[in-house]
Design a protein around this ligand. Structure first.
Ligand SMILES: Nc1ncnc2c1ncn2[C@@H]1O[C@H](COP(=O)(O)OP(=O)(O)OP(=O)(O)O)[C@@H](O)[C@H]1O
Ligand SMILES: [Mg+2]
Length: 266
């Protein structure tokens, strides 16, 4: 099977996108898959969470040069973060990248990332995008470049309202990228003690019978790991958070196997 391209995306902020992108990517890498994790946020959280600071990143990968105009090859922009896990760093340069994208011809600017990612034969199994909150020209480029969307939903506050807004965006991109699918709804920050968590979870299960994933429980270890520059598997492999994200990685791998068995069903 070819490389799977998955955006971890949700317009609402602080729902667990980066936590999910990083731990899912490392979970897949630990399971022997070759993964490229792309940081699409100006805050550079993805690389911070992993404790690495690559010299280049997505800006250089797409524009072909660094901030001083010096040529950078694509392979130089990709940074090895762990065994089987590479990153394309984000950070403040993405502000510049968005300007650059905005200057491209109107009918092309949304598909720039899609074209620059076209692999020759890079031997990758997964491409995972950690999206920024909000919605802009880079968000559109990401959703134009992927087939699958994994949407983390925090089980607190007005969760379902945030989803509705985001679905509006998804549908608008689907007009241009017909292979785009909302593949996974991931409930995050599940707090067993609160009624609200259970209510939202049950509601999501009813609304998304196919897409719903086992929830990620609220787990302090998941907050502590990034401060140490570690994934949850490195920081505390026995934590609930590690178990939950391992399960998510297994689900994705199982889906890929099933897809192979029944070509054309999905
Ligand atoms: N399951 C969890 N249990 C406890 N804390 C969590 C969990 N998931 C994420 N967090 C914490 O919640 C905060 C927000 O998570 P994260 O940065 O992953 O969200 P985000 O959606 O990427 O945010 P942004 O929209 O700003 O990019 C972080 O401090 C993170 O450590
Ligand atoms: Mg984030």
């Amino acid at each position: 099977m070819g490389m799977r391209k998955i955006a971890v995306a949700m317009a609402k902020g602080g729902v667990g996108k980066t936590t999910t992108a990083v731990n899912l990517a490392h979970g897949l890498a630990l399971a022997g898959k070759r993964v490229l994790l792309v940081d699409c946020d100006t805050q550079a959280q993805t690389t911070t969470f992993l404790g690495v600071s690559p010299p280049h990143g997505l800006y250089e990968f797409i524009t072909g040069r660094d901030g001083n105009g010096k040529t950078v090859l694509k392979k130089e922009a990709i940074f090895p973060a762990r065994q089987n896990l590479w990153v394309l760093a984000g950070g403040i340069q993405l502000v510049e990248l968005k300007h650059w994208l905005g200057e491209q011809p109107r009918d092309q600017r949304h598909a720039v990332l899609r074209h620059s990612l076209t692999p020759k034969n890079n031997g990758l199994d997964y491409l995972i995008f950690d999206c920024a909150p909000g919605w802009d020209v880079l968000s559109v480029n990401i959703l134009m470049a992927v087939q699958e969307v994994l949407c983390p939903v925090a089980l607190q506050g007005p969760a379902v309202e945030g989803l509705k807004t985001f679905f509006g965006y998804l549908i608008s991109v689907q007009q241009l990228n017909q292979s785009l699918r909302l593949k996974y709804i991931l409930p995050t920050m599940f707090d067993r003690r609160t009624r609200q968590s259970r209510d939202i979870y049950n509601q999501l299960r009813r609304l998304f019978r196919k897409q719903i994933c086992s929830p990620i429980y609220h787990n302090v270890r998941l907050c502590e790991a990034p401060g140490n520059g570690k994934s949850i598997f490195e920081y505390d492999n026995n934590a609930t958070g590690a178990k939950d994200y391992r399960k998510l990685a297994e689900r994705l791998i199982d889906d890929a196997i099933r897809r192979q068995d029944h070509p054309g069903l999905f």
